[in-house]
Design a protein around this ligand. Sequence first.
Ligand code: ATP
Ligand code: MG
Length: 284
Amino acid sequence: MMLKIAVQKSGRLYDYSIHLLKECGIDINNGNRQLKAVAFNFPVEIYFLRDDDIPQYVFDNVADVGFVGENVVYEKNKDIEVVSKLGFGHCRLSIAVPKNMNYQSIADLEDLKIATSYTRLLQNFLVNQKVNAEIHEISGSVEIAPGIGLAHAICDLVSSGSTLFTNGLKEVEVILNSEAVLVANKNLSQENKKILANLMMRIDAVKTAKNNKYILLNAPDNKLDVICSLIPGMKSPTILPLGIEGWSSLHSVVHEDDFWNIIEGLKENGAQGILVAPIEKMVL
Ligand code: ATP
Ligand code: MG
């Protein structure tokens, strides 16, 4: 039995998807870019597909699970399960208008023609915001639509905003924040559920490790309590006596978001020789 995983065949999500599998210890040989590849050391088979088709294939159980952008999942609106965010492919679906337009609020979209490939998500947004605008569906090169007189505005994916900028557009409304997610068919076999649980354990270990740092420092013994409270770690920090009387070495784990605040507190309390190292895997 193998879990069939659909990933994007080529494009922005391809490298990240393969890299994530590799970090999970899953090696696939896709040297000659076949449409299907089997892992050597884990019971999965990888299908390489257009990203737009992945929700349908997962729904139809051609694939059991897929790695795909939330933007595609919510636009396609298939009855599949979103199991977990994957931490890559960050972007947003936004409305953009010509940069010389005097745009004040969503009401300024009234009666405009908006070009997009995301008709469902745009339609939902306009209905929620009670704005009447015309949706013009196009499948690609959306950002040139205003420049060639096809539409007044666009609704498309943005990450840095440089494509908008070079096309004389400005982003005015974010309608969805998106990243790649793992989606699954709702009727997986017991065996495939087991393989998926194992895969999710590995993915979580990789994701958690990315958000955390290993920290090692020397602390004066009379400040150990306060320093331990700053870096509680997984259960507690590891504390080892140093060769010098009155000092200890502490090992712990800190979350990336709290990192600089914690360092400040540690220094204020006399910590020295603070070393910080990346963590490769972390299983809680
Ligand atoms: P396919 O040939 O598979 O249909 P595509 O051209 O539709 O590919 P890509 O441009 O490769 O798709 O983007 C794939 C996904 O990458 C998007 O659906 C989105 O989730 C994510 N993404 C991240 N940043 C961006 C961005 N700046 N522009 C477009 N997509 C982005
Ligand atoms: Mg696509």
